[in-house]
Ligand binder design. Sequence first.
Ligand code: FAD
Length: 337
Amino acid sequence: MNKITVFCELNKEKNALSSCSYELITKAYELSKQAQELNNTEFFIEAICCDNVENIENKEKIFSSGANKFVLIENKNIENHNFDVLKDTFLNYYKDNKSDVILFPATAPMRHCAPCITVNLDCGLVADCIDLNFILKDENLMLSATRPTFGSELMATIISKKLPQCATIRPGIFKNKTVKDENGEFIKIQSEIENNKKIKLISNILQNNNDEINIEGAEIILCAGYGLNSANREYFKKLEKIAQITKTQIGCTRKVVDFGIMDSKYQIGLTGSNTKAQLYIGFGVAGAIQHMCSVKNSKKIVAINTDADAEIFNYCDYKIVGDAKKIIDEILTQIEQ
Ligand SMILES: Cc1cc2nc3c(=O)[nH]c(=O)nc-3n(C[C@H](O)[C@H](O)[C@H](O)COP(=O)(O)OP(=O)(O)OC[C@H]3O[C@@H](n4cnc5c(N)ncnc54)[C@H](O)[C@@H]3O)c2cc1C
């Protein structure tokens, strides 16, 4: 049987799969449709979650997002940062349940865990993909995985020769959709695999996260580009004020972070967060590929730039050739009245 496996992660707060897991399940379903069109091959979509959890909420969504089967493997020994047990729990199941393709979320834990799994499977892993497709090569279906390369200036399409073909995909790149009914096969497995003591958690230091920043879930993003720069950096503060008053989310480009103007938590792009906002407005943003790859899934893109040939205008729905600082002043005057 041809099969695509989606390695799912748990959102512990919601006791359900993480949003990226749903995104990958839908992508796996779309790949299977592509395979059908290319050479009439059908793929079975299996979603797997290994964690220290007895049951999870909203299994219907796993099936309606595209999965034919959901496997929940409970292992009490899977604790935070214990990727060794996670890896061994998965591999123990996988040895009797092989697959042609495995998709992993490119989150911090999975960036660590996915290569540990693929090295054991003696296969390749294309990391940080931003697109996936099936193509026909010598009449065989192959996964073609696209990712940024050469300092992210170019996109490379990589085809792994060995099965399973594996890829990690950044959260927010693909969209979760309802693609079928809520029916599917659910099985639960108890695993007793223990920590082999190679990795030991010594301490846990919690980073003080600012919960108010929500680039990935924001409806409207006001993005500050370096074009807003001035001697006293007043326009970044003014844009923040607009975001505060209008209850929208401020974001920025990496150049704004690199110059120490805003914190990296606000950065949108390849090395920052993704956005799928209903509305993204770029104020003095050039439109570099490393930024736009994380913006292109926004529903409407508006750009304000003094340069009529700015790259961002190739991506946007509405373009304003003009001074973003003047527009910020005008908006502030309007909303403060
Ligand atoms: C490996 C790698 C990873 C990267 N990751 C990211 C990432 O995650 N996110 C990211 O953003 N970048 C990333 N970059 C950097 C990226 O290549 C660009 O350098 C960056 O996005 C440029 O930021 P900018 O558009 O704010 O600045 P600039 O390139 O300086 O552009 C400023 C723009 O503002 C316009 N402008 C000037 N004055 C005004 C005005 N008064 N009104 C309106 N417009 C004005 C200019 O015409 C120009 O187009 C990465 C680069 C590399 C190599």
